[in-house]
Ligand binder design. Structure first.
Ligand code: IFM
Length: 781
């Protein structure tokens, strides 16, 4: 069943009914003053950091869910009918409804009883306020006297206090000043100065309420506020209690008449600044211009890769939604979404290090800055802290086995994309004192891993490896060993050999080669006969072995083994034949199988999550991306593409009732076939799936893979494709790649023709295109 469709011309997803199986979200803002908004206007607003600078409230995991939000109530004073033009929170039946989630904006349109409305929500680029730009029109033959009520709930800046404790409200102060309701709590318990938050409107105001209890009434909620029922606000102010921003605005409309209005939510230093912001937000031509600028900026964000393949669902993702999700994931790491509550996650070192991969081609400067920030929380022993909070600069955690290794691939990918070799010599401080060059940070990370080995010579699992839900494996004796970390380190060493050779740095090449040789010597320890183990348990037993009834085979060690290039082709193919046999399903590939349930150290059951959910036998898409890349490296075109295609969000649009989550972006996982809710999506938006799937699709399936001195052109596509083309902007040069149909199954590029000239290999040297604006490349198989 469908809940909407893709309007690719307008780069929007159009939701045609409000009761989507989960709130279908969009993000407003681009990492500064920002918010999340659902298809029925639920969500919240915050400034840079939803944990430390939260402006409006949102109740996570509560029933009714997706509340509160940016609400409007319409009351027809003639008939007494009350509804919300965004359907929620009143849920009165509407005569029509649509929500268009676009890039950086959301527009919700509806009609009821002869009143048509359209509200566009967005945050102008670089501004400290969000605009609700609305129109309301009388489509009936009689005069309509309406009252419009607004509703938002203000939050203590520190979201954790606001949620966990009652006392923050005793600091609240909220009053109306002219056309603004200003929230100005005392801030003596927060470190940063609290700015003034406000909601304002350009509509004529009849009354207001700042007291939540006065607006909603006792024993009521957002769906039936007493003030709306009465048709008047009580003009309440707040001096030490829960605060809201509600205006009551009378609007009279003659038949056919339309009126425009604006509501603004913002953060400002003083009342003067509020006035300036509200004046700008109410300047209609300026608002129109800002919305167009915003659309243009997002169009630019996706112009770095535009594809024309025979797979329309792939085209829609890669040309529109996928780069957008990559940017939002880069902005918010795992911090804030409908599932991530903006409290404890901040930017995860591991997560954010991987998120840079999805925007390195479109926002290299931002990536460089992010790499600096993250490496700045690495310690001088090579290990990195776990979390960073962008609003306060605080970091915490550490002691995990994988964080520091991700840096290698991210830095190498950045340098390959940009050619910015100078960055490698830049000095970056360590969080515990001293500083080192970027290269020293990378090497220290790998040394840390080699200094923390278990009794089989494989890296210790430590606090966790990539899969933090498997952490119980090392909770008893702390001796568990991780094949994932081992192959990740081998992959990093492989990358560094390539980098140092390119830099003609003999000493470091030697160091990286020795490291890789050490990996080569350990690899046989992890071979289980048909595939690679997941590691060893705290008691030294093999884990992820054919000998066991449960948890026999895990996906990640197979993928990362192939990525490390340690296994022979024979071993690699054996791994993936078994992946196909045990882990493939019609929606994609599961994390491992057969998954066990519950914790039992004797039986080697280490996942507390229910069987079939997330990393315990679910379809964990982040992990699938590495399998896709591995399949391309093994030359298994059909399997690589088929897995990629099956996991496209656009493929499940007409199964939205089963899959639940937004069909325009990747979710982190879907419930696996061993569970009765097979196919149900979990935790949409913020996931390492975004960046890695983008890499898998653009660099490994479409085959545009930047390297140090140029680009490897190596498509890995199915035989059924009649040919395809794409344009990729690389170091400012617009590279158009054309490919004919493959001559035979699994064919790979042998040569390329660049602007009419045939090259001997599929490598496009940067020197041959430097200074050009565009080049035409034809792939020869
Ligand atoms: O790697 C982790 C990530 O840090 C948080 N989400 C789950 C992933 C896999 O366990």
């Amino acid at each position: 069943m469908k809940y909407g469709y893709y309007d690719n011309d307008n780069r929007e997803y159009v939701i045609t009914r409000p009761d989507t199986p989960t709130p279908w979200l969009n993000y407003l803002g681009d990492g500064g003053f920002s918010g999340i908004i659902s298809n029925t206007a639920g969500g919240l607003v915050f400034d840079r950091d939803p944990g430390n600078f939260r402006i409006t409230r949102y109740n996570f995991n509560r029933i009714p869910y997706d509340r509160p939000g940016r609400y409007l109530y319409f009351k027809d004073m003639g008939s007494g009918a009350v509804w919300s033009p965004t359907w929620q929170p009143v849920q009165a039946e509407l005569d029509s409804y649509s929500c268009r989630h676009g890039m950086g904006y959301t527009r919700i349109s509806s009609e009821k009883d002869g009143i048509q409305s359209e509200i566009t929500y967005f945050i102008p680029e670089g501004k400290q306020y969000e605009i609700w730009k609305g129109t309301v029109k009388n489509t009936s033959a009689t005069v309509k006297n309406l009252k419009l009520f607004s509703y938002v709930e203000f939050s203590c800046y520190i979201a954790k206090y606001d949620i966990e404790c009652d006392w923050p409200r005793y600091f609240f102060d909220c009053r109306r000043k002219g056309n603004a309701i200003i929230f100005n709590p005392s801030d003596d318990f927060i470190r940063e100065k609290r700015l003034l938050s406000y909601i304002a409107t350009d509509l004529p105001i009849e009354g207001h309420d700042c007291a939540r209890i006065e607006f909603l009434g006792t024993c009521r909620d957002e769906s039936n506020p007493i003030a709306v029922e009465r048709g008047v606000c009580g003009n309440s102010d707040i001096n030490g209690d829960n605060a809201c921003g509600s205006f009551c605005c009378p609007v009279s409309l003659a038949p056919g008449e339309e009126k425009s209005f604006v509501f603004t939510i913002g953060n400002a230093c003083d009342e003067e600044e509020i006035k300036e912001q509200v004046a700008s937000a109410s300047d209609y031509p300026l608002v129109h211009e800002q919305l167009e600028e915003l659309k243009a900026a997002w169009r630019k964000n996706s112009r770095y890769l535009q594809v024309k393949t025979p797979d329309e669902q792939m085209n829609t993702m890669l040309n529109i939604w996928h780069p957008y999700q990559c940017r939002m994931t880069f902005n918010w790491s795992r911090f804030i979404s409908f599932y991530e509550r903006g409290l404890d996650r901040g930017w995860g070192y591991r997560d954010s290090m991987q998120d840079v991969l999805g925007v390195v081609h479109s926002a290299p400067d931002k990536v460089k800055e992010r790499l600096r920030t993250l490496m700045g929380i690495q310690k001088s022993d090579g290990n990195a802290r776990t979390l960073y909070f962008p609003g306060t600069g605080e970091s915490m955690g550490g002691g995990r086995s994988d964080d520091h290794i991700w840096t290698v691939f991210s830095v190498c990918t950045y340098v390959k994309e940009t050619g910015d070799y100078g960055f490698l010599e830049e000095l970056i401080p360590f969080i515990d004192g001293g500083e080192g060059t970027v290269l020293q940070h990378l090497k220290l990370g790998l040394e840390f891993t080699k200094h923390h080995l278990g009794e089989h010579g494989v890296p210790l699992f430590l606090g966790s490896d990539w899969n933090d839900s498997l952490s119980k494996i090392s909770w008893d004796k702390h001796k568990a060993e991780s094949a994932f970390v081992f192959f990740q380190a081998a992959h990093a060493a492989y990358e560094l050999i390539h980098l140092f050779e390119h830099l003609k740095d003999t000493e470091n090449t030697q160091w990286a080669k020795q490291y890789y040789e050490w990996c080569r010597s350990v690899e046989p320890v992890l071979w289980d006969g048909k595939w690679y183990l997941r590691g060893f348990t705290d008691y030294g037993e093999k884990y992820g072995t054919d000998d066991d009834e449960y948890n026999k085979i895990f996906l990640n060690p197979q993928s990362w083994a192939v990525l490390s290039r340690l296994p022979s082709a024979e071993k690699g193919n054996s791994c993936f034949e078994n992946v196909k046999q045990y882990l493939f399903c019609d929606l994609g590939v599961v994390s491992h199988a057969p998954a066990s349930s519950g914790i039992d150290f004797q039986k080697k059951y280490f996942f507390g999550m229910k069987t079939g959910i997330r990393e315990n036998g679910g379809l964990f898409f982040h992990a699938s991306t590495w399998a896709i890349i591995a399949e391309t490296l093994l030359g298994r075109n059909e399997d690589a593409y088929s897995l990629y295609h099956r996991e496209l969000p656009t493929v499940r649009n007409d199964r939205a009732d089963v899959c639940k989550v937004e069909p325009y972006i990747y979710s982190s996982s879907m419930v696996g076939p061993s569970h009765e809710r097979y196919g149900s999506g979990e935790c949409s938006w913020l996931s390492g799936t975004a960046s890695w799937m983008f890499l898998a699709a653009s660099q490994y399936i479409l085959g545009f893979r930047p390297d140090y001195d140029g680009v490897i052109i190596d498509p890995c596509v199915p035989l059924e494709w009649d040919g395809f083309s794409y344009t990729r902007i690389y170091r400012g040069i617009s590279c158009t790649v054309q490919s004919p149909k493959l001559p035979v199954e699994n064919a790979r590029a042998k040569k390329i023709i660049v602007d009419g000239e045939t090259l001997d290999s599929n490598f496009l040297p940067y020197d041959t295109i430097r200074g050009k604006q565009s080049v035409e490349i034809v792939v020869v198989y």
